[in-house]
Design a protein around this ligand. Structure first.
Ligand code: CMP
Length: 139
């Protein structure tokens, strides 16, 4: 379901990835993102999957990131995932499973790059999070 303008303003304001975006950038996000509600235990992406359809931002709920049998991260509201396969054009690096009923924004692979090109703020936030995840992974 595409976001209405009111829903977009309410949802996107809470998400750090979008917090420094201009009104124009937010309008673009609202146009390109779909809101989805999914139950606990739903698997959003599987490690090694060769086809990557979407990037996700968790609005409400929780998710677990697993590589092999190891849980490498637990994600909550405001966190995002699914960017690596889209940026690198490689298989998914991890399996992401919801651990609670969740509300998410889904941005298709097709729209992900145009969205980033439109917004240097989003590029920087993404980079910041990637750097944090890299630091955590190499600690
Ligand atoms: P992608 O490889 O497209 O699909 C799996 C996603 O899990 C990946 O993108 C990241 O968004 C996320 N992910 C992988 N490894 C980690 C990690 N160590 N910490 C947090 N998220 C991760």
């Amino acid at each position: 379901m595409p976001l209405s303008r009111a829903a977009a303003a309410e949802l996107l304001a809470e998400v750090p990835l979008f917090s420094h975006c201009s009104k124009r950038e937010l309008a673009t996000v609202a146009k390109l993102a779909n809101e989805v509600r999914l139950p606990a235990d739903h698997i959003l992406m599987s490690e090694d999957a060769r086809v990557a359809y979407s990037f996700f931002v968790l609005i409400e709920g929780a998710a677990e990131v697993r590589r092999g049998r190891r849980v490498v991260a637990r994600l909550g509201p405001g966190d995002f995932f699914g960017e690596l396969a889209l940026i690198l054009r490689r298989p998914r690096t991890a399996t992401v499973t919801l651990t609670a009923p969740s509300r998410l924004l889904a941005i298709s692979a097709h729209n992900f790059k145009p969205l980033l090109i439109e917004s240097p703020e989003m590029q920087f936030k993404l980079l910041e999070t990637l750097a944090e995840r890299l630091t955590a992974a190499t600690d």
